[in-house]
Design a protein around this ligand. Sequence first.
Ligand code: SF4
Ligand code: SF4
Length: 215
Amino acid sequence: MTFPKKSKFYKNAIYNLLQRTIDKYASYNINMDYTQKEFLESRPQRLCKMCGKCCRVLTASISYEELKKSAEAGDKSSIEFLDTFEPYPSLEDALKADEKTVKNIPDYQNRTFYRCKHIGDSNLCPRYEVRYDVCRFFPSSPWAVVPPECGFEGWLFQQREFHKQHIRKLKEEAIFYKAKLKTNISEHEKGLYEQLIKKINERVKLYDKYDSEKW
Ligand code: SF4
Ligand code: SF4
């Protein structure tokens, strides 16, 4: 059934549709944790080549000193990290262990690199059943830096593209809604478009740290 464009029914249908879209975007933003959970559960473990590179040479986003302080203050993830990994004595040692992986990190000269204290020559994890989240959830996001030739490389690229497409689509929608604001619409409809634009901007902002401005 179709309604004439100026009819009350048509307008109500539009308002309902806009309100549902606002609610959907609001729930997206609240459910970032859910998105993260979905990502972790969707990782195809069969892609892991069991090369052990991610256990043998890795770095952290904060310095070794900061990690130790944070562990002393009781931070669970820092305690678990230091219980699993030990720092290489020097950058040269890390380079000797795996030059490609070290040099894959943009500012590698200023980083501390670590190795697992437990891994054996077979690359099998001796703590597999009790390993901490830092190991269990690797790679932990589409933007995780993995060693070159890691089996997850291509899949992570796909995941990043998926998020980028989603954000690009939302940005296009925002442009459309902004154009709508300049047309002859009711104050109520205008308010709904403004809420939609706000929700989209909030969503895009969640991806700021990944440079979403440029997508
Ligand atoms: S580097 Fe990648 S492929 Fe190799 S063990 Fe780690 S997750 Fe698996
Ligand atoms: S504990 Fe296991 S999974 Fe974690 S770094 Fe060591 S070998 Fe790898």
